[in-house]
Design a protein around this ligand. Structure first.
Ligand SMILES: [Zn+2]
Length: 437
């Protein structure tokens, strides 16, 4: 007998162009896949979830977060003076594999609680062969879908004899855990430009057809990658504040995406790369980046981005305007980021960019059932019928009611399933004792 779930009478944002949205409809799930979407479906024999008064969306996808930092939540409240590099990253020398487990376990549940159903966990805390398996085991326990990104960045003291040993470990992790039919896929984080191993690391990932990412914090990095013939749609550029416009044009022609992390990337940096990238046809996705600074709340980061972009758009518009008054005139193309466009970026676009577009990112029959249900009450629904605007501008994390990943209910009526707050607290204090002394 198939395992069936019937979500009834929810307002649906499907992110499927052919299907469109529904003021009220059902979703029928069978063995973890979306079987049907539409009004009044026959759900006989299925477990029922009452979606009345709720908006159902495809699960939110976070394209870049370093979950290993979760046990050090709040350690870097102020990014400006450079404590991230000077104080936080050196603490990795004190991490054990258990700390990676604890951090990914708590971080995975935290993300689920905010409606994030897929995380790209960028792990640059791999000091030996037990570290990546520990993180992956924790993510599996939480039930969040994950693209675990094995970073080749060396961390001292390093149990690997050298770069070849680290590559071999990456291969072992890929062979053991990569499961495109399940919740775990494996990608790689290549070192920054200038590192001697960069080209070999990228070739290694490409031989496996695994996606990679690269941190780009300077002007000229993309040009250097172009010179070596290394651009490609499988290499996600992270941050990228200082990428020049000609470089963005080269990224667009190579189909190469950009991930912007709103809170982290607006602390002392210009943040105008999102507009410059989108205008040139680069796909832009978003992530939370650094749990040591900000909660792993992807929808919350989309809200930050909505405000940052509105501010930048307003400043730009005013610089062209001679009209005095509170509101500048609005030219075509403004504002750049509507709530729908931001939620699209974190669902259908992120799924495509990460190579998961055939499985997740929209409420399309045949795809896996990664779904978030957000309550419109108790204070009333929006007057204007724009579900994305309601989600982004009129709700908060307390309204996230039900979260499904791969057809399994991971949060029900606001309560995480399988999460033990006392266990989490003990994990945090154990890890902090070890790491902070
Ligand atoms: Zn990063």
């Amino acid at each position: 007998m198939a395992n069936r779930i019937h979500i009834r009478d929810a307002q649906l944002v499907t992110m499927d162009q052919a299907l469109g949205d529904f003021a009220s409809a059902d979703i029928l799930i069978e063995d973890g896949a979306i079987r049907a979407v539409g009004p009044s479906l026959d759900g006989s024999g299925a477990e029922t979830i009452d979606g009345a008064g709720m908006i159902a969306l495809p699960g939110i996808i976070d394209a870049h977060t370093c979950l290993w930092q979760t046990v050090l939540r709040g350690y870097v409240p102020d990014l400006w003076p450079g404590a991230y590099y000077a104080k936080l990253l050196p603490l990795r020398s004190r991490y054990t594999a258990d700390d990676n487990f604890n951090a990914a376990w708590i971080g995975g549940f935290e993300m689920l609680s905010y409606g994030t159903t897929t995380v790209v966990d960028y792990c640059h805390d791999i000091r030996g062969p037990t570290f990546a398996p520990a993180s992956i085991a924790a993510l599996k326990e939480t039930g969040i879908r994950h693209l675990f990104t094995y970073s080749f960045m060396p961390v001292a003291p390093d149990a690997f004899a050298g770069p070849q040993d680290r590559l071999a470990d990456g291969r072992r992790v890929y062979d053991e855990f990569h499961d495109p039919e399940g919740l775990t896929t494996i990608g790689f984080g290549v070192e920054s430009i200038g590192a001697p191993g960069l080209e070999q690391q990228l070739t290694f990932a490409r031989d496996l057809r695994a996606p990679s990412c690269i941190h780009v914090n300077e002007t000229g990095t993309i040009d250097k990658l172009v010179a070596r013939g290394l651009l490609g749609p499988d290499l996600l550029v992270i941050h990228g504040n200082l990428i020049s416009n000609p470089e963005l044009e080269r990224m667009a022609s190579a189909g190469m995406p950009l991930c912007f992390t709103p809170t982290a990337d607006t602390q002392g940096t210009p943040a105008d790369v999102v507009r410059r990238a989108i205008e040139r046809g680069v796909d832009v996705v978003f992530g939370c980046d650094i749990p040591c600074t900000v909660a792993s709340n992807t929808l919350g980061e989309l809200r930050v981005m909505f405000n940052v972009q509105g501010y930048l758009d307003g400043a730009m518009e005013r610089s062209f305007s001679t009209v005095l008054g509170r509101r500048p005139p609005v030219r075509p193309g403004l504002p750049l980021l509507t709530p729908r466009r931001l939620i699209e970026a974190a669902t259908i676009t992120a799924a495509r960019v990460l190579g998961l577009g055939d499985r997740i990112g929209s409420l399309t029959p045949g795809k896996r059932a990664d779904i978030v249900l957000i309550a419109k009450g108790p204070f009333g629904d929006s007057v204007v019928d724009d579900a994305c605007a309601h989600v982004l501008l009129q709700t908060s994390p307390r309204d996230i009611d039900t979260v499904l990943v791969d057809g399994k209910v991971r949060m029900k009526e606001g309560v995480l399933q399988g999460f033990d707050a006392r266990r989490a607290a003990a994990m945090v204090s154990d890890s902090r004792r070890r790491i902070l002394g």
